[in-house]
Design a protein around this ligand. Structure first.
Ligand code: G4F
Length: 333
């Protein structure tokens, strides 16, 4: 029998890679999509005829229940969230409602659909942001010190997942994901902001790149490796928590230097530190130890930091070049 999967947040970076992976494994795929008047499906346009899309929102329980009823999934991947840490300081209530309560609504909807809950497996993407100030390298045993509204919401969802496992025997696996990037990363995250700016600088469309904290140290993997880990977690006999990380960290400044060097530009000529981009609190050093995932899931990151930066820079130089050639349409002609 063909397995069915429901991917919440399928239009996002991780959701889109997961859909591709699930289709490769011949799943019948359903995507849960938030309605938008401006169109938010660019990352999955190439999959449009292969995925059944269901409109809904993590803040709306009936729409989650309807999606479960329609798709009757064997596996549910919860990639929907307000996932921008900086934005969570500006929209803390919205972040708690989607990223924290949204996960709880999903777990509860799965639990109360008893015919479904017996077999269904749920993937919850937890975040390395939950570790906050805890010193690196962080493992599954490292204490949580959430230091942003986003991290608080993810910590709530993470604890709710363990509680639903213990109380109701639900299969909910948590990937404690460190930062993951790709050419599909949103431009509000620092890596893509840098590579997009680089392309625009090369083609004369931008002159300055304004950034915040250049000293922050992050452990960057490729999003498709994180999608692979998520799928592997749901193929195990028991649900568990796994750190998913490359095990190598770099500062934001090192990312900038690497990207600008690849394009043959001196970053110091273009990058300005702008206090507007500093956060009230910023986690200093995230670097994960993924030994448990390597041992149990046989998971390995396949893309190095340098190859990740190269892929993003190459993509965004091409994109900026194409954009710079687009002539505005003159309606009078
Ligand atoms: O790219 P970022 O916005 O990612 P952040 O905050 O580390 O969070 C990401 O990773 C988490 C896992 O660790 C996820 F859970 C979360 O959903 C998200 O995917 O910022 C990275 C670092 C931060 O220290 C930030 O302060 O870059 C610093 N930074 C410096 N200038 C900037 C900027 N970040 C952004 N977004 N924009 C800047 O101009």
């Amino acid at each position: 029998m063909r397995k069915r999967a429901l991917v919440l947040g399928c239009t996002g970076q991780l959701g889109s890679y997961l859909l591709e992976l699930l289709l490769e494994h011949d799943y019948e795929c359903y995507g849960f999509v938030r309605r938008s008047s401006v169109g938010n499906v660019s990352r999955i346009l190439h999959l449009y005829d292969k995925v059944k899309l269901i409109n809904g929102d993590l803040t709306d329980t009936p729409s989650i229940e309807a999606a479960l009823r329609i798709s009757k999934p064997h596996e549910v991947y919860n990639c929907a969230a307000q996932s921008q840490v900086g934005t969570s300081f500006i929209e803390p209530i919205h972040t708690a409602d989607t990223t924290g309560m949204g996960a709880l609504r999903l777990f509860e909807a799965v639990r109360t659909h008893t015919s479904l809950s017996e077999g269904v497996r749920v993937y919850q993407p937890s975040s390395s942001e939950m570790f906050g100030l805890s010193s690196a390298p962080q493992t599954e045993e490292t204490p949580f010190h959430p230091d942003s509204p986003y991290a608080c919401a993810k910590t709530f969802a993470h604890h709710a997942a363990q509680m639903y496992r213990r109380a109701y025997g639900l299969f909910i696996a948590c990937g404690i994901n460190f930062n993951f990037e790709s050419p599909r990363r949103g431009e509000e995250f620092v890596t893509r902001k840098i590579t997009r700016a680089l392309g625009r600088i090369q083609t004369g469309q931008q002159s300055v790149l304004r950034l915040g904290n250049l000293a922050a140290r992050r452990d960057w993997s490729h999003a498709k490796d994180v999608a692979q880990a998520a799928w592997l977690m749901l193929q195990q006999s028991q649900p568990d928590n796994y750190v998913i990380a490359s095990g190598v960290s770099h500062t934001v400044k090192e990312f900038v230097e690497t990207a600008f060097n690849l394009a043959g530009l001196e970053w110091q000529k273009y990058v300005v530190v702008d206090p507007q981009h500093l956060r009230p609190l910023d986690v200093a050093h995230l670097e994960g130890c993924a030994n448990k995932a390597k041992a149990w899931l046989k998971w390995e990151p396949t893309v190095s930091f340098l190859d990740l930066v190269k892929e993003m820079v190459t993509h965004d130089l091409q994109l900026a070049d194409t954009e710079s050639r687009v002539e505005p349409i003159d309606g009078r002609k």
